[in-house]
Write a protein that binds this ligand. Structure first.
Ligand code: MN
Length: 299
């Protein structure tokens, strides 16, 4: 089992942990498993190899007093409140570009450069947390899902060359780029349709980059058990190295930055007939080697 880094909460409040098997969380502060001064996931990310080494050592013989049954805690997003906007790549799988162009009646061409946009930090929610039915409030007529590989930056950098890009990745998690499609189109700039409250489920944990090659992983999404998306991360138009290279041109990436790498085909608005997310739906995303991220939609 790879190292799975979580942020969890209970009566004592949010703190960092590591999964110890499927049903328990090692409380890293209670276990004394972190370097001095490291108190949360941001600190673990900034500490990097020192923190990861200490956590791996603690997991070899976890102190019983620091183990929490998973059923007794709530997992939050691994980074519950990023320090700044979540960076995102649009139109990064060819079949998704094609389905969008088909709906819009446009000719499909391969994008020459990655399309970047952001989601506000406040959009981030954790596994199991409810995505609001923004359709029920009339804000959008078209609430939709997008399964995405998310990467967490570990080392700061600017003008990062492609061949060094993976050195800047701390780890991987799963993201759902929940979108109000009509707002995305209506306002030209995508930010409005992409930054609805609680529209960025992240988690359930971070798998460190030195334990998982994310270049060719199965990525799948279900709504109420019906499979809607199924692809592989190797089908990205701009791979993780290129994304980091391009976004860092003249722009300094910082430890703890979250980048969503785009969604494959199978989104609801391109289905015939189109399908929207609504109260009572359950959205589940699986990425091979990382895990499963499940969120209900609630009015
Ligand atoms: Mn997206």
């Amino acid at each position: 089992m790879p190292l799975q880094l979580v942020t969890f909460t209970d009566a004592q409040g949010p703190r960092p942990g590591a999964m110890a098997g499927a049903d328990a969380v090692l409380d890293l502060l209670a276990a004394g498993a972190l370097p001095a001064g490291v108190r949360d996931m941001q600190g673990i990310i900034e500490s990097g190899p020192a923190a990861l080494g200490a956590i791996r050592a603690a997991l070899k013989a976890p102190p019983a007093a620091a183990l929490r049954p998973l059923s007794s805690v709530v997992l939050l997003a691994p980074i519950p409140r990023p320090r700044r906007n979540v960076f995102c790549v649009g139109r990064n799988y060819m079949e998704h570009v094609a389905e969008g162009d088909r709906v819009a009646g446009r000719q499909t061409e391969t994008p020459k450069y990655p399309q970047f946009f952001t989601k506000a930090p406040e959009t981030v929610i954790g596994p199991g947390a409810a995505i609001p039915d923004h359709g029920a409030t009339g804000v959008t007529k078209f609430l939709d899902y997008e399964a995405e590989l998310a990467l967490i930056i570990g080392r700061a950098g600017v003008n990062i060359p492609r061949e060094r890009a993976l050195d800047h990745v701390f780890g991987w998690t799963i993201g759902n780029d929940v979108t109000g499609r009509d707002l995305q189109r209506r306002h030209g700039q995508w930010w409005k349709g992409k930054s609805l409250d609680r529209s960025c489920p992240l988690g359930p944990w971070i798998v460190p980059a030195d334990e998982l090659d994310a270049s060719d992983l199965a990525i799948e999404l279900w709504v109420n058990g019906e499979k809607r998306q199924s692809s592989r991360t190797s089908k990205m138009i701009f791979d993780v190295r290129e994304i980091i290279h391009q976004i860092s041109l003249g722009f300094t990436l910082l430890p703890g930055d979250v980048i969503l790498t785009g969604t494959p085909e199978g989104v609801g608005y391109a289905m015939d007939p189109p399908r929207v997310l609504k109260d009572g739906d359950v959205v589940e995303i699986a990425i091979e080697g990382i895990g499963r991220l499940t969120n209900p939609v609630k009015a």
